[in-house]
Ligand binder design. Structure first.
Ligand code: CP
Ligand code: NVA
Length: 310
């Protein structure tokens, strides 16, 4: 709960100011260092996190589960299909009921409006584990990863190449807050939807939208991509055809700065959006990025419970 008595939800990057997110990243670094030193502070002892998955997950599922255990808490894993949600119980009622049992809820659900509705009914913190609109936990892990390897992201040149999706949307919000220069190269056919376009415009000078992947990657410090077919997309074959020129391969990476990093939230579709040479190459930090989901989310959980990490 915050001082106004409302629970601390973590739904979108742009629900926060820079200082709040920086505080969470600092907490993530501190928790990570302590874990590597064998110290697992039981900051969330006896707290129970319900994890609801309407869609598949490997990283989000395992990292939240392990993170809660390391912090002394417990989890309940629920599949949306097994809940009355799938028989049209409202999201508001679901949030109201679950709040009577558990201390926090993490949910992966395609409809962002459903996530918001659940949070409005919930008197305990709700964390966005991915919607079609946003993937804020992922981008917190991405920021942590970049800064571990290269120092502060402020002023860095970041390129996004490929589809315009949920991960990109959270990156657009982060670019504005963290003041890095994000250039997005997407084909006209998969131009950002209205909601994302509004945030791109709001980000002003920090975000540039173009079509040419080569121009986006030129002199970049970080190259990002993601699957061409996100959960909920139906036109897989057409997407692969249109997005083919947006593959991140060695030729494209050679245009970036020599020490540019490559990131991908995973799961990757090798041979589509990225080649083996790049994802397994020396510039790739995708497995550090995946690990950092754990540390970033532990910090988010502590923030949601109002627990001071330091
Ligand atoms: N990056 C990510 O969210 O992975 P999962 O879909 O495996 O959770
Ligand atoms: N954009 C992808 C991310 C998966 C973690 C999707 O929504 O499927």
């Amino acid at each position: 709960m915050n001082s106004t008595g409302t629970p601390r939800h973590f739904l979108n990057i742009d629900d926060f100011d820079y200082a709040e997110l920086r505080g969470m990243l600092n907490a993530a670094t501190s928790l990570k260092t302590r874990l590597k030193d064998g110290d697992r502070p039981k900051l969330l002892e006896d707290k129970v996190l319900a994890m609801v998955f309407e869609r598949q997950s490997t990283r989000t599922r395992v990292s939240f589960d392990v993170g809660m255990r390391q912090l002394g808490g417990q989890t309940i894993m629920l599949s949306g299909n097994d809940m009355q949600l799938s028989r049209e119980e409202t999201l508001t009622d679901t949030g109201r009921v679950m709040s009577r049992y558990v201390d926090a809820i993490m949910i992966r659900i395609l409809s962002h409006a459903d996530l918001v509705e659940l949070s409005e009914g919930s008197s305990v913190p709700v964390i966005n584990g991915l919607t079609r609109r946003a993937h804020p936990c992922q981008v917190m892990a991405d920021l942590l990863t970049f800064e571990e390897h290269r120092g502060k992201i402020k002023g860095a040149k970041v390129a996004w190449v490929g589809d315009s999706n949920n991960v990109l949307h959270s990156w657009v919000n982060a670019a504005e807050l963290f003041e890095c220069e994000l250039t997005i190269a997407v084909p006209d056919e998969y131009h950002p939807e209205k909601d994302l376009m509004l945030d791109i415009e709001k980000a002003g000078k920090w975000v540039k939208l173009i079509e040419d992947p080569r121009e986006a990657v030129e002199k970049a410090d970080l190259v990002l991509t993601d699957t061409w077919v996100s959960m909920g997309d139906t036109d897989a074959a057409e997407r692969r055809r249109v997005l083919k020129p947006y593959q991140v391969n060695t030729s494209l990476m050679s245009l970036a700065n020599k020490d540019a990093l490559f990131m991908h939230c995973l799961p990757a579709h090798r041979g589509d959006e990225v080649t083996d040479e790049v994802i397994d190459g020396p510039q790739s930090v995708v497995f550090d990025e995946a690990e950092n989901r754990l540390h970033a989310q532990k910090a988010i959980l502590c923030w949601a419970f109002g627990v001071d990490v330091n």
